[in-house]
Write a protein that binds this ligand. Structure first.
Ligand SMILES: Cc1cc2nc3c(=O)[nH]c(=O)nc-3n(C[C@H](O)[C@H](O)[C@H](O)COP(=O)(O)OP(=O)(O)OC[C@H]3O[C@@H](n4cnc5c(N)ncnc54)[C@H](O)[C@@H]3O)c2cc1C
Length: 395
């Protein structure tokens, strides 16, 4: 029986685990190792910050959903991989594997910018449940004691969507509360222009975002690095000083320490089109943990986002490839990655679609409409239901 170990219990890890078990049945022993017992539907964290969701609304227990499918779960962090010996280590265990799937997501590298982050710095963050809960408290505080808001992304970020969503959502909520005139919103980003999103823009995304922000009087400073953050002030590399009452700035991303030695200088894992490590044929990497080269050099470093949609596609391809190899069947041909994303804009939303993800493209769409907001709400419920029941084979 083939022994497959999966690191990470989120979009990539759970999809890979359910797909492998479904495809291999009794001929595959599948084990998920994750330091977090929770699956959090991360795309809803901006809604949690705004007070529209509670942690319980968007969280599932990983061990409870894996057990009925016959998938083992180890609730520990992987600390090291020995690729030549095909072994993973945790603090208490040494786990051999025939195949390994790495889906460990990002390490949030706050320490690269002095004063950044909610733990040792002065800014808030939306990338983990615990940080989002804290940001919700900062938001509540801001409503009682209004002042300037800074939202955006530092140099080295590769997930831009949530900062845009929060800018739109905060604007909308403040308008409803008749407080918008007391809280200026500034969007500061490493992207060369608003709407670049780390993918070289998407059709007319530059004009789309600029127009929508102008409509809402959200100011933009683009193409900038952050030098440091001190209490109530962001300092840019060009000397500009920006006061704030609440700042939510996405930190640079790196690979997590346990897998980083297998990766590029920032710790992301290089793979082929089937998500197989370029050096170790029985190791695969999917989602944020794997490396995608940027489409173009940007003056301030930015990374390519690996969205939930992309991560799920990668995990399915990796699972199908491992299954084919175990069964001595022809490997599935890996298609170019595409992306579909629904960006919340407060009272409306936008559909973003691209095939392939990076230019030049066959297809690119960006358009707004309130029906995309309803679709986004419905998708949250659908995806949580799908994961709770291990039905990752559904679209
Ligand atoms: C606020 C926010 C909003 C988003 N909105 C959207 C959206 O609207 N649409 C969209 O498509 N995508 C969105 N995304 C992106 C999407 O959430 C990611 O693409 C997806 O989470 C990537 O999944 P992953 O499995 O690669 O990594 P992650 O989701 O980051 O999961 C990593 C997993 O690995 C575990 N782990 C980490 N280190 C170790 C270790 N050493 N040992 C064992 N386990 C470990 C973690 O606990 C976690 O379970 C959003 C992301 C965020 C943060």
């Amino acid at each position: 029986m083939a022994k497959i170990v999966i690191l990470g219990g989120s979009f990539g890890g759970l999809t890979a685990a359910f797909e492998l078990k479904r495809l291999l049945g009794k001929s595959g022993e599948v084990t998920v190792i994750s330091d977090d017992e929770r699956f959090v539907f991360l795309p809803s964290l901006p809604w949690l910050i705004m007070g529209y969701r509670s942690p319980e609304d968007i969280t599932l227990n990983v061990s409870e959903i894996l057990k009925p499918k016959g998938i083992d779960f180890i609730n520990e962090a992987a600390t090291k991989i020995e690729p030549d010996k095909s072994k993973v280590f945790t603090a208490t265990k040494e786990i051999p594997f025939d195949y390994l799937v790495i889906a460990t997501g990002p390490r949030l590298s706050f320490e690269e910018i002095p004063g950044l982050g909610p733990d040792k710095g002065y800014t808030d963050c939306t990338f983990t449940l615990d940080h989002a809960v804290k940001t919700n408290l900062s938001w509540e505080k801001l409503l009682k004691d209004p002042g300037p808001v800074i939202l955006g992304s530092a140099q080295g970020v590769s997930c831009f969507g949530p900062a845009y969503e929060l800018a739109f959502e905060m604007h909308n909520e403040l308008k409803k509360r008749k407080m918008r005139h007391r809280i200026p919103i500034l969007y500061v980003t490493s992207e060369p222009y608003a709407g670049h999103m780390g993918v070289g823009g998407l059709k007319n995304s530059k004009r789309f975002i600029e127009d929508e922000f102008a409509e809402r009087e959200i100011k933009v400073i683009a193409n900038q690095s952050i030098e440091e953050v001190i209490p109530n002030e962001v300092r840019l590399k060009d000397g500009t000083r920006l006061p704030f009452k609440l700042a939510m700035i996405a930190p640079p991303f790196k690979g997590v320490p346990a897998v980083a030695p297998l990766g590029n200088p920032r710790g992301f894992i290089p793979t082929d089109k089937n998500y197989r490590h370029t050096k170790y044929p029985n190791i695969f990497a999917v989602g944020v943990a794997m490396a995608i080269a940027p489409p173009e050099p940007t003056p301030v470093p930015t990374g390519v986002p690996k969205t939930g949609f992309m991560t799920v596609t990668m995990a399915k391809t990796a699972a199908a490839t491992i299954t084919a190899e175990i069964r001595n069947e022809p490997l599935p041909s890996a298609e170019e990655l595409s992306v579909v994303c629904l960006m919340d804009m407060g009272d409306t939303a936008a559909l973003m679609k691209a095939y392939p993800v990076l230019p030049p493209r066959q297809e690119a769409v960006i358009k707004g409409g309130v029906h995309y907001k309803w679709l986004k709400i419905a998708f949250e419920r659908y995806f949580l239901w799908k994961i709770r029941n291990g039905l990752t084979n559904l679209p």
